[in-house]
Structure formats: C-alpha cells, structure tokens
Write a protein that binds this ligand. Structure first.
Ligand code: AMP
Ligand code: MG
Length: 485
C-alpha cells in the first residue's frame, strides 16, 4: 500500500465541527477515517459499502471473519440496518444510548456481508461523541468501525496512538481528546433467548438486568476458560490487547501483588499500579490506575498506560488483577488476553491465633519452609495490644525441628489481611467465628487449620506442650497442603 498523508483534525468544541466536512467527503468516497468515541477510537468507513468495509480489514490487518460494529447518529437509524428490532432493543436503547452498548440484531439487506463477516446478524451502536455523530449525519451513511489499532495490539484511546498505528495509511484522524470510558463497548446479542452478553464493558450485566432481567453473560466470560473453542462472538478467539513486550498479570490481592512485584522487578520494567500500592508507586509514577476501590479510572487509563509503557521501550509490564465482578470483570477480560500465558496466580495464606506470639508464628514458618511457589505466608493475632517477638518456646520448637525463621514481630489482623487472603486459617473455631462476624463477606475463605478440632494454646505451658503443639500444627499443614509439599 502506498503511504498517503495523514491529517489529524483536532476538534475543540461544537463550533469547530465544520472542520470535519472533508472527512465526511472521504467517507462518501469510500475511504477509511479514524473516529473518536467515548469507549475507544474506531477505524470507520461507509457501512453500506462492501468495498469500504474491505478497506477497514486491509488497513487494520483484521481477520475477515471478525465482524465490524455499525455506528449510527440517531436511534431511529437502526431501522435501516436491522430487518427486525425486538422490544428489548428499544428498552436498552432508551436506557443506554448514546453510550457504550452494542446490540446484535438481525441485519437488513442494506448491510453487506463484508461488514458482518458473513453473519446474518449485525452489531449496532450509537456512540456518545458529537464529532462522530456529526460525521455519520453529514456523510449520509452509518459508519462501520472496529477499534482503531493494528489487529492484535492494544486498543487506542487517544488520537496520538491511532497516529502511531495508521500514519500514512488513512487520510484523516479525528481528534476529540482521550476516550473517557477507555474500554470497548459491552456487546449483547438480542437474537438469543435469553439475551447474552458476548463482551463485557462499562455497562455491566447488573445494569442490563434492570431492563432485561433474564440477560446472562456468555459462559466463556465467567468460566476459567483455557481456550475458546466455539466463540459466540468471532472476535473472542483472536490474540488481543498485546503490546510488544510481555504483560505480567498478577492475581491474588493488592498487597500480595505489591510484594511479588517488589521481589521480581528489574531495571527497565514498568508497573501499572493502584494508588493504594504505595510501595511500588515510585517505580513508574506516571502509570497510576487510580484507586482499586473504584475501577472507572483503571478502565479509562489501562489501555493508554499499556501503550505508553510499550512506546517508552520497557521490557516487561506488571499489573495487578482486580476482582472479577461488575466493571472488574470487563477489565480482567482485557487483561487476561493481554497477558496470555503470563498470568500469575499468587496465594496469600494467613494464620491467625490470639496474640500472634505462640501458635500462628510457628504455623507461618512451618509452611514457609516448604517454599511453595507463588505463595505468601504470614501470621496475625486477634488481640495484639503491643507488638512483641515470638514466644521463646515457639522459637525453640522451630529450632529443634530445623525450621528456619527470621526476626518476627506480632501484628493485629486487619480487614486488608483478610480481603487479600486466599485462605485464613485459625487455630480454634471460636477465632474463626470472631473473624467471620467481623468480616462476613469473606466467610468462605476463613477456616480452622485443623478440621473439626482446635489446636490448644500452649501459652505458659512447658516446652513439651509446645512440641506437641508444633507436631499438631505441622500435621495439620501437611494435611491441608498435601498435594503441594
Ligand atoms: P472491535 O470493534 O474491534 O472491538 O470488535 C467488535 C466486536 O464486536 C468483535 O468482538 C466482534 O466479534 C463483535 N461483533 C460485531 N458484530 C457481531 C455479530 N454480528 N455477532 C457477534 N459478534 C459481533
Ligand atoms: Mg478491537
């Protein structure tokens, strides 16, 4: 393909929309123009023209069996694109359009099979962006567009990233600033009963269910899928969101991931971090994803930071995984694809006793001595008034049994310890119940170390008692972790 001159048309307000008229002419002539939307930037062309759509696939390097989304300016434009619009379409359009929701319906004859990659269905969306809707209106046709990135790479959320990928390949890039949402649209197939979400986005299943109570996520979005063998949406099967350097996705809690990154990080590696992860914030301070507690900033910035880190030449990018619910499920859907095989599942094991001086420190060092890969082990107390060292007899029991241990200070159990933990093991059932009553949302991961019985407190007892406690704890750990030791 011969390189052409690529002009970036910057629009700063509605009074500058007239500057887009030459881009509208280009669309009418069958060319491809990059368009801004609130989700990500798109690579748009006339959706009624098969030749125009073909150009999109060529420029993007997109496999021809991965359909394009058709963008419209007004809700009523959908009637020309679909052969039938179900009631659910009107409900969702009223609730979410203009906005980040793509609805799949039966296509009309006006939409060529090039756009739908041979399917009889078509994805339609009305974006919340004045420039793009002006372009659609003025061009006189709906605009088919996939995300504006070379196939397989990270979606572009800013005109400068579109330029990096398509300079010399398309005549115009419309620049209206960074995409506010930052993740591609939620895609829902309304031709299925019940309607199925094929791609999660800013609009979550919970929000959709307020209008369509029986809507569901596609199985592949909620199961730990190894490989999508029969993808419901053709786009699901391709490599996606991959910068040129590896992305390491660390699953298993904020502070556990923070410790892992500090252990592993080398020169010239980047960290996309959450504001709560203060110990790793200094590594690449520009790449903050906002708070782990509210993920909309993370959604907005994650693609942009991935691209910026890649462009800056870092040789690896670390990022902490988020809980897979609501918007977190949509973010993880992208990050898992981005990391591919480089996803690490960390486990954070917490042993709890009363004072964190006798039983739980022994448990901590016994389990640590097995060096189970990607496992972090700590111990905490329910009633630690002032931090002290490990009981002398506990230290002696560890020494007598050749278990190495380091400098130790007792600490009080916190909400964060429980939230981050993979499992919390208590010495007694009453300790288990106390933690559950304080943090009921985590009840499933709080267990007694020994099934069905307590490990008695050796405090103030003889050394023989401590040795018995040690043996009891070690036997219980060996039972709990028998497949990994
Ligand atoms: P992109 O615009 O690059 O983010 O990709 C559009 C996404 O929408 C892809 O994952 C497509 O597979 C999906 N999509 C578009 N049209 C349809 C359709 N008719 N049926 C199923 N999935 C679709
Ligand atoms: Mg895409």
């Amino acid at each position: 393909m011969i390189d052409i001159f690529t002009e970036i048309i910057r629009i700063n307000g509605e009074d500058e929309l007239y500057k887009l008229d030459k881009a509208c002419e280009a669309i009418k002539e069958g060319q491809v123009v990059a368009i801004p939307t609130e989700t990500v930037y798109g690579l748009g062309a006339n959706a009624f023209s098969s030749d125009s759509a073909k150009k999109i696939y060529e420029v993007k390097g997109r496999p021809s069996d991965n359909p394009l989304i058709v963008h419209i300016a007004e809700k009523q434009d959908a009637k020309e694109i679909a052969s039938y619009l179900p009631e659910s379409f009107y409900k969702l359009a009223d609730a979410f359009w203009p906005g980040p929701l793509t609805m799949i319906v039966k296509k009309s004859e006006k939409i060529p099979y090039t756009v739908t990659a041979g399917l009889d269905t078509v994805g339609i969306r009305m974006p919340d962006n004045e420039c793009t809707r002006y372009l659609i209106r003025k061009s006189g046709c709906p605009v088919a567009a996939p995300s504006a990135n070379i196939s397989g790479t990270v979606s572009a959320t800013d005109a400068k990233y579109v330029y990096d990928d398509f300079n010399g390949k398309i005549p115009y890039i419309i620049d209206s600033g960074s995409s506010k949402i930052g993740l591609e649209s939620t895609v829902i197939n309304l031709t299925l009963t019940p309607p199925v979400i094929l791609r999660p986005g800013r609009i979550t299943l919970e929000e959709i269910r307020e209008y369509i109570p029986d809507a569901v996520y596609h199985d592949s979005l909620i199961e730990e899928e190894e490989e999508v063998i029969n993808p419901a949406s053709p786009g699901m099967k391709y490599k996606h969101y991959s910068p040129s350097c590896p992305v390491v996705l660390i699953k298993g809690g904020l502070s556990t991931a923070e410790r892992y990154i500090l252990d592993k990080i080398e020169d010239n590696e980047a960290v996309l971090y959450f504001s709560e992860q203060k110990k790793i914030a200094h590594i690449t301070p520009d790449f903050c994803l906002g708070s782990y507690g509210s993920l909309s900033k993370c959604a907005e910035l994650v693609f942009s930071h991935l691209r910026a880190a890649d462009k800056a030449g870092y040789k690896k990018i670390y990022i902490t995984g988020v809980p897979e619910k609501g918007l977190g499920l949509s973010i993880m859907n992208r990050l898992k694809k981005s990391a591919g095989e480089n996803a690490v599942q960390l486990r954070d094991i917490v042993f709890v006793c009363t004072g964190n001086t006798c039983r739980s420190p022994m448990a901590e060092f016994i389990l640590k001595s097995y060096n189970i890969p990607d496992m972090y082990v700590k111990s905490r107390g329910l009633d630690v008034c002032c931090s002290s060292g490990m009981a002398f007899n506990s230290q002696k029991a560890l020494k007598d049994n050749d278990i190495p241990f380091s400098d130790f200070h007792s600490s009080q159990l916190t909400y964060g310890d429980v939230a981050d933990a993979d499992k919390v093991y208590t010495m007694t059932d009453s300790q288990r119940r106390i933690i559950i009553s304080a943090f009921p949302e985590f009840k499933d991961k709080i267990l007694t170390l020994k099934e069905n019985s307590d490990i008695a407190d050796p405090y103030m007892h003889s050394m023989d008692f401590y040795q018995v406690t040690f043996d009891e704890i070690r036997a219980a750990i060996e039972k709990r972790f028998k497949d990994e030791l």
